[in-house]
Design a protein around this ligand. Structure first.
Ligand code: CA
Length: 234
């Protein structure tokens, strides 16, 4: 399964770095935003699996951001944990009524926060848990590790399988080589970025046999994406 991606929205730099350090140590990939408005952009760009959201933020407040997350169809079920100040019961209740899935009171213990993150990711049913992923005529089964294009079964190596799974989780999103390394190989494995090109090449070869339409788009200077348009035109 791909590495869960967490967005930390917190304006206290020491706290966001502490969270990043500890969440990365658990194997998650982490992005940080220190303003509410910046967080909105990152939400669209990075498509996280969970958000840790501070209540008091410059730009857009945590509460308002949570409301907006719930209002957008793409993020309506995105797991959100709010970070609130101690003792502010009214805030917590308001946070939960705005749609946060959980809250944690500052100052908190990092192991507890990490445990809550894990619990919420397991409880939530994000895109990462459905067994079958479908993009156009490509079907990927996470349990049997079989991939079909139209009715033909494809023979993919384990890395190509993970790469395709990663792309299929976020169609149309452009991933840099670095993001692909983090998401597919894991962030503590040292692999050269050119390795990504090699495996994308193998994946292409495996899925495009005898077919004209290449679902993987090379974005110059940026990276790769699974092109949504290929699905419509078949
Ligand atoms: Ca704050």
């Amino acid at each position: 399964m791909a590495v869960p991606h967490i967005l930390v929205v917190e304006d206290e730099a020491s706290l966001s770095l502490l969270l990043q350090y500890n969440l990365e140590a658990e194997g998650y990939t982490v992005d940080i935003a220190d303003r509410g408005d910046e967080a909105e952009l990152k939400l669209r760009e990075t498509n996280p699996d969970l958000v840790l959201l501070d209540w008091m933020l410059p730009g857009v407040s945590g509460i308002e951001l949570c409301r907006r997350i719930r209002a957008r169809a793409e993020t309506a079920t995105l797991p959100v944990i709010m970070l609130t100040a101690r003792g502010e019961e009214a805030e917590r209740i308001r946070g939960l009524s705005t749609g946060a899935d959980d809250y944690i009171v500052k100052p908190f213990s990092v192991p507890e926060l990490v445990a809550r993150v894990g619990a919420l990711l397991r409880r939530a049913k994000p895109k990462t848990v459905s067994r079958i992923l479908q993009s156009g005529d490509i079907e990927l089964d996470r349990e049997t590790h079989r991939v079909h294009r139209a009715s033909r079964e494809l023979q993919l190596g384990p890395t190509e399988f993970k790469l395709l799974e990663f792309f299929m989780q976020s169609p149309d999103r452009v991933f840099s080589r670095e993001q692909l390394l983090d998401g597919v190989w894991g962030h503590d494995v040292y692999v050269d970025e050119r390795t990504v090109d090699v495996h994308v090449g193998r994946l292409r070869k495996a899925i495009n046999k005898g077919r004209a339409k290449d679902p993987i788009r090379t974005v110059r200077g940026s990276g790769y994406s699974l092109d949504k348009r290929f699905m419509d035109t078949d």
